[in-house]
Design a protein. Structure first.
Length: 302
């Protein structure tokens, strides 16, 4: 009998692969939400381990706000092409026009809340019964409440008080007509786990995650990249700083951190020393209110 025991990264990997295969076994029309960010890249890597040499039993899907970092979009397209898997892109811009939605106004006008409309339309268009996402419980307190198989009602809404128990790695994917499930295979991972796994597996990432020089606007202690999506005032302080991104969302709501970390080992050292979560330090949209993320999730957000 072998005495070999899985180390903690192998245990996390094994759990995630098990979840992917549960999705394939329990659902008829799932999709993997893929943005070109580090967590969704890790999801794709885990899916390759779960299903190769066969094809994925689901397409990749990106809900594109139109305010994304070019580096992430370029990586998204390149990876989908490299692994020869189908990538579906649905644009928030198209939803705004079709539904005559009102865009948020202000200096950092984010379309994040409007993503929900596009996602729900895509779920209906492709009759999806499960959407696989890269959310982790350590990111934000609302996400800490969520189960790995998280049921959404026929309106796409999430009720944190009505969640199924998940004992002994048993995941219940039974749903009624019109409902769907959000699945989070890396829910039990931390930011540090993600980076240690990226190092261990030698996973390629967009350059935006490593220290580079970028023109940024200093706003309330945060560094936001200048772009055509942000309205600069005459009094704004803009400078070039050496920064990297801990998380990659829209350019309108994602701040960079000052950093000299040009290698994965450097990044791991920085994360080990920090006391702030990646979203807590860098996501402007999560600071709209105490329950900003939970409110978005209840309405159908990722």
């Amino acid at each position: 009998m072998s005495k070999y025991r899985l180390d903690y990264l192998e245990q996390l990997e094994s759990e995630s692969i098990h979840i992917f295969r549960e999705v394939a076994g329990q659902f008829e029309r799932p999709a993997l939400l893929f943005s070109g960010g580090k967590d969704s890249i890790v999801l794709v890597h885990l899916a390759l381990k779960a299903f190769r040499p066969g094809k994925f039993p689901f397409p990749l899907m990106h809900i594109d706000t139109g305010h994304n970092f070019p580096e992430a979009l370029a990586f998204r397209d390149k990876l989908a092409q490299t692994i020869d898997e189908k990538l579906i892109v649905r644009k928030v811009e198209d939803t705004i026009k079709a539904k005559h939605l009102t865009e948020p106004k202000g200096k950092f006008a984010s379309r994040n809340a409007l993503q929900t409309y596009t996602l729900l339309d895509a779920i209906d268009e492709f009759k999806l019964d499960a959407c696989i996402g890269g959310a982790r419980r350590d990111e934000e307190k609302a996400r800490a409440k969520e189960r790995i198989f998280s049921v959404r009602d026929e309106f796409g809404q999430w009720d944190p008080k009505l969640q199924r128990p998940e004992l002994w790695n048993i995941y219940n994917g039974k749903i009624h007509k019109g409902e769907n499930v959000r699945v989070f295979p890396i829910s039990n991972w931390t930011e540090l786990d993600i980076w240690n796994y990226i190092k261990k597996e030698n996973i390629d990432l967009p350059s935006i995650y490593f220290a580079h020089n970028r023109e940024v606007l200093e706003h309330e202690g945060q560094l936001v990249a200048t772009s055509s999506f942000i309205k600069l005032d005459a009094t704004d302080k803009v400078s070039v700083k050496k920064v990297r991104y801990r998380t990659v969302g829209d350019m309108t709501c994602t701040a960079a951190v000052e950093s000299n970390a040009t290698t994965i080992d450097d990044i791991i050292s920085e994360i080990t020393a920090t006391k702030t979560s990646e979203r807590g330090e860098t996501r402007i949209d999560d600071k709209v209110s105490e329950a900003a993320m939970e409110d978005r999730k209840k309405n159908g957000y990722f």
